[in-house]
Design a protein around this ligand. Structure first.
Ligand SMILES: Cc1cc2nc3c(=O)[nH]c(=O)nc-3n(C[C@H](O)[C@H](O)[C@H](O)COP(=O)(O)OP(=O)(O)OC[C@H]3O[C@@H](n4cnc5c(N)ncnc54)[C@H](O)[C@@H]3O)c2cc1C
Length: 385
């Protein structure tokens, strides 16, 4: 049987970027994608910064860029709005299906073999098993997305739902996020415009039907729904290790999505690139940093802070959220974010945008929320006795 240098399960962005990096150095790589077309069905909204896109190896004028975002508005349950200018962050909206196809083109130009309609049934250290064939590889990469992650870890994955709609009541330049712990507990509803009359609206949260939440949001708004899709998102953080001997995990399969927004194009894409580079070093017999270490050096501080932020956020009720928005509105937050902003490391932006006085106010507020939660817990216990 033919032995490949690397076999990759999943022709999404993380798998294809990993394949590209390995094949670029002259090694033999094969990618297996269960669907009949790269990039379809498209689940992702495609929000990413130009800086991150460049790091993944693409230009700012690529044809898969559908829109450029200039503003973001965050709404509290009662409707308090935090309005942020986003021009400095250079945020764009990708056509994700076209983007994945472009990575596939780059990979295949370097000699990667891509097999479509090829579902991997079984993955082990020595190789892969498909319906009617087996393949052997020196390195195996699981890039099978969130569905794969569920094989290794059950918690931290939410069901998201998304519509694509045509309408005329939203702003082409502005992303909108709506927070409400009763409708979307632990997450939010989002609106991402693609043009003046076309946008994506999604919702996610613990134990909810996201489509019902979107329907409620759209109830009095004139629009035509042209597409609906449901897909899981990961907010539970990463696997502890991204590698077991010759078996590598990249992208969503490794949990490389931000614990706050579940964004993973940049962080998962870099996972694919780092894994590819590490496999190349191993194949060449060179000593190098482990793939897990490479990725964690770049992202783990940011992910740790985001995870902490998520834990706090999940303990807020709607009243607390309204108050938090008011504290931020009264602070210098809205003016400072546009100046200090970095879309890819937003916990840093959040902290650096506040003065000591405002951080102290926030800490008192958090202590009060915790105190109220504690009282509620104690009341419940005494009632049950
Ligand atoms: C609704 C939604 C909106 C999002 N919006 C954003 C956003 O705006 N910005 C952002 O940064 N991130 C966003 N994300 C997250 C982002 O889409 C993912 O982090 C990213 O797609 C991960 O890439 P991946 O290659 O790891 O996985 P995927 O893109 O999911 O690719 C995995 C591939 O593996 C294939 N596969 C799986 N199992 C097998 C098998 N056994 N055999 C063969 N093939 C298999 C699948 O068909 C798929 O093509 C969003 C996610 C969702 C669900």
């Amino acid at each position: 049987m033919d032995i490949y240098d690397a076999l990759i399960v999943g022709g999404g962005l993380a798998g294809l970027l990993c394949a590209r990096e390995i094949a670029k150095e002259g090694f033999r790589v094969r990618v297996f994608e269960e669907h009949l077309e790269i990039g379809r069905p498209e689940k992702c909204d495609g929000l990413i910064s130009l800086r991150a896109l460049k790091e993944l190896g693409f230009d700012k004028d690529e044809k898969f860029i559908r829109n450029r975002i200039k503003k973001a508005s965050l709404f509290s349950p009662k409707g308090y709005e935090l309005s942020l200018k986003a021009e400095n962050q250079e945020v764009i909206v990708l056509d994700r299906a076209l983007f994945d196809k472009e990575i596939a083109k780059q990979a295949s130009n370097h000699g990667v073999e891509i097999s479509l309609g090829s579902k991997v049934k079984h993955l082990k250290k020595e190789g892969l098993k498909l319906e009617n064939s087996d393949f052997q590889g020196r390195y195996i990469v699981d890039a099978g997305g969130c569905q794969s992650l569920l094989n290794y870890r059950k918690e931290g994955v939410l069901q998201a739902g998304k519509y694509e709609i045509s309408g005329d009541w939203f702003d082409k330049d502005r992303v909108e996020l709506y927070f409400n712990q009763e409708l979307t507990p632990g997450f939010f509803l989002w609106l991402i415009p693609l043009s003046e009359d076309y946008c994506k609206i999604g919702a996610a949260g613990y134990r909810i039907n996201p489509f019902k939440v979107i329907d409620r949001f759209l109830k009095n708004k004139k629009c035509t729904i042209v597409r609906k899709i449901a897909a899981p998102i990961n907010v539970g953080g990463t696997l502890t290790s991204f590698q077991k001997e010759n078996l590598f995990f990249v992208g969503d399969a490794a949990g490389q999505t931000k614990p706050t927004t579940a964004g993973g194009i940049y962080t998962g894409g870099m996972g694919g690139i780092f894994a590819g580079k590490s496999i190349v070093s191993n194949l060449k017999g060179e000593r190098s940093l482990s793939y897990t270490e490479l990725w964690k050096r770049k992202f783990s501080k940011e992910f740790d802070v985001m995870k902490m932020g998520r834990k706090l956020f999940e303990r807020f009720n709607n009243d607390a959220l309204d108050r938090l928005f008011k504290i931020l509105k009264d602070s210098s937050f809205e003016e400072k974010v546009p100046l200090e902003g970095d879309f890819d490391f937003h916990s840093k932006v959040f902290l650096s945008s506040l003065k000591i006085k405002e951080i102290t106010k926030l800490l008192f507020f958090l202590a009060e929320v915790e105190y109220k939660n504690l009282l509620k817990g104690l009341k419940k216990i005494s009632k049950s006795k």
